[in-house]
Design a protein around this ligand. Structure first.
Ligand SMILES: Nc1ncnc2c1ncn2[C@@H]1O[C@H](COP(=O)(O)OP(=O)(O)OP(=O)(O)O)[C@@H](O)[C@H]1O
Length: 578
């Protein structure tokens, strides 16, 4: 709540405008009542002619037009403020997600993030577009009306001042209930979205394990939970509007009774006064009631704001970057050294400890070790995708954090077992590798070098074949080749491979290996490797065990120095021979 209030306070200009237009609005309400009552009084009690009331009719028309215009302008100012705030929130979330892409993709459910990013942010709209303008309007309009009524008839003013507090009191109670319920609703919606997307992505796995029915029930349950939470919010909304209506009707009734008795029984007030008071009384309560409704939606927004805040406050470990241009530091592959580099997942998670090594330009380095030894984690650290928690990664004798993030990523290619293929054409997917618009010829040359050109040409739409989500499916090997084509277009100084050939048949592996060799001619290559030939041909092998660098050297050196390494190689060898 305080956070939304603080944001609203930042929009000083809009709030001042709303104060000014609300004052004008209050005056138009009073003027409208004045002209209406004067016209009725003149026509029915003083038998005035049409020409006599023309100025009042014009006045009434002007008041009506001004009131509508001010109401429109007020609404527009609120909507504009809401649009700006939503934009700010979306930018902050997007920045948070992109600051640490690896953490974003690994942590939490994607559906949950989409739900917070889209629905929760939309939900805060009403706080700025309705609640804030209404709070300002309600602090001004009833006060002006009360002054006008009290000046005309004091006892009505007294009734108003006694009955009015019941309305805010009631909606404060209701509002508090609403916020809790709307927080629950947001929770349920995020849970539902998360489960739905998760299930959609894992549909094949679920089918294969015969768990689709079970999962269907889980989704059904979370959708029912979301429905129930929504109904709870609506229930409070309905009860609150019914109660607000009741309180204001009762209050107007009391005023009407008092005025009626004075007019008819005691004849102590004029028709003009009675009518003027009766026209303005509903306006007085209407404004308070409107705040009640806005308060309800505002509280809902606060629930959503809490969700967004939780997402924004989630602990993040960012990689530090500097301002130095890589261009000035190196054109060709740089000298890299890891000086006691370490990293830990969370407080108690897996830790990579004190890795010390050097990687010379154009060297081919293989990172090997058992599953879970920390190979991918080390590659993430070198790539600048994870922040080191100890030591330093030095690039050309400067810490990696010294360089500009964009410059560094421009110089490296990172190819994993599962490269991401975006929804688009093959051409667009390959062209992703280039920062500037790649020409048709460049894309085709890259595809050729990656060994995928023949396959693409055999397709009916060639390079314009849609792939990725909603497009043509690609095999693992084809995806790898698209990724390698991207790398050819990029011409990086450092190529990082995370077991790119694992799981591919020997023929595809050979094609890929040729491309990798070609790519390696102009770059330093660091690869997480399982295959013997990658390991054996490497200039240097980093042998990891339980997050520590157990040994490093060439294959021949390690075979002598480490029995664990020799065992691993012999197991590999057996696998190949068999
Ligand atoms: N996001 C994460 N949060 C917490 N722990 C993680 C995370 N990612 C990986 N780990 C853990 O860190 C350890 C090392 O993982 P890593 O992927 O680096 O191993 P690896 O040697 O590449 O394994 P493999 O050969 O099986 O791919 C594993 O125990 C893994 O469970």
């Amino acid at each position: 709540m305080n956070q939304l209030k603080a944001i609203a306070k930042q929009h000083k200009g809009t709030r001042l405008f709303l104060v000014f237009s609300s004052i004008l609005y209050a005056l138009t309400v009073i003027l409208q009542a004045y002209f209406l009552v004067t016209i009725v009084d003149a026509v029915f009690l003083q038998s005035a002619s049409f020409t006599e009331i023309v100025p009042y009719l014009m006045g009434l028309l002007c008041a009506l037009v001004a009131r509508s215009a001010l109401s429109y302008v007020n609404g527009r100012a609120g909507v504009k403020m809401a649009t700006k705030v939503k934009q700010q929130f979306r930018q902050s979330l997007l920045k948070k997600y992109t600051r640490n892409p690896l953490q974003t993709s690994l942590q939490g459910q994607s559906g949950h993030k989409v739900s917070v990013f889209m629905d929760a942010i939309d939900e805060i709209d009403s706080y700025f577009s309705k609640y804030v303008p209404q709070v300002i309007q309600t602090s001004i309009v009833p006060l002006f009306i009360w002054i006008a009524v009290s000046m005309e008839h004091v006892s009505t003013g007294i009734i108003m001042i006694i009955t009015a507090p019941f309305i805010p009191l009631f909606y404060i109670i209701i509002g508090i209930m609403t916020q809790k319920k709307s927080e629950e609703q947001m929770d349920k919606m995020a849970l539902f979205s998360g489960r739905f997307l998760d299930t959609l992505q894992g549909l094949t796995t679920l089918k294969l394990f015969g768990k689709s029915k079970q999962q269907k029930d889980v989704i059904r349950q979370s959708s029912l939970d979301f429905r129930d939470a929504t109904m709870e919010v609506l229930k409070v909304a309905f009860v609150s509007s019914l109660m607000l209506e009741l309180i204001s009707m009762l209050s107007i009734g009391i005023i009407a009774l008092e005025v009626g008795i004075r007019l008819v029984v005691f004849e102590s007030i004029s028709f003009y006064t009675a009518f003027f008071v009766l026209v303005l009384a509903p306006e007085f309560y209407l404004s308070l009631k409107d705040l009640g409704t806005a308060f309800h939606t505002g509280r809902g927004s606060m629930g959503a704001a809490t969700k967004i805040q939780e997402e924004l406050e989630q602990e993040e470990h960012n990689v530090q970057w500097g301002e130095a241009s890589v261009d000035n530091a190196f054109d060709s592959p740089p000298h890299i050294s890891l000086d006691g580099v370490g990293f830990q997942y969370g407080e108690e998670g897996f830790a990579l400890k004190s890795i010390c090594t050097t990687i010379e330009p154009y060297e081919h380095v293989a990172i090997v070790g058992r599953s879970g030894a920390g190979k991918s984690t080390l590659l993430y650290l070198i790539a600048g995708l994870l922040p080191k928690t100890e030591g330093e990664i030095m690039v050309n004798h400067q810490p990696l954090s010294h360089y500009k993030e964009a410059d560094w990523f421009e110089r490296i290619s990172y190819i994993t077992q599962h490269p991401y293929i975006f929804a688009g054409t093959i051409r667009e997917n390959i062209a992703l590798g280039s920062n500037i618009a790649a020409s048709t010829e460049q894309v085709e040359r890259a595809a050729h070098k990656a060994g995928i050109a023949d396959l693409i040409q055999s397709l009916e739409q060639g390079y314009d074949t849609p792939i990725g989500e909603g497009g043509r499916g690609l095999s693992g090997g084809e995806k790898q080749r698209i990724a390698i084509a991207r790398a050819f277009l990029k011409q990086p100084s450092i190529v990082l491979f995370d077991e790119p050939t694992t799981g591919l048949d020997l023929y595809t592996e050979q094609i890929l290996q040729q491309s990798i060799n070609e790519l390696s001619k102009n770059a330093t290559v660091i690869s997480v490797a399982h295959r013997l030939h990658t390991i054996r041909n490497a200039d240097k092998i980093l042998f990891l065990a339980n997050g520590e660098l157990a040994n490093q050297g060439t294959d021949a050196q390690l075979m002598k120095a480490s029995t664990d390494y020799a065992n691993m190689v012999s197991v590999q060898q057996e696998g190949v021979e068999r």
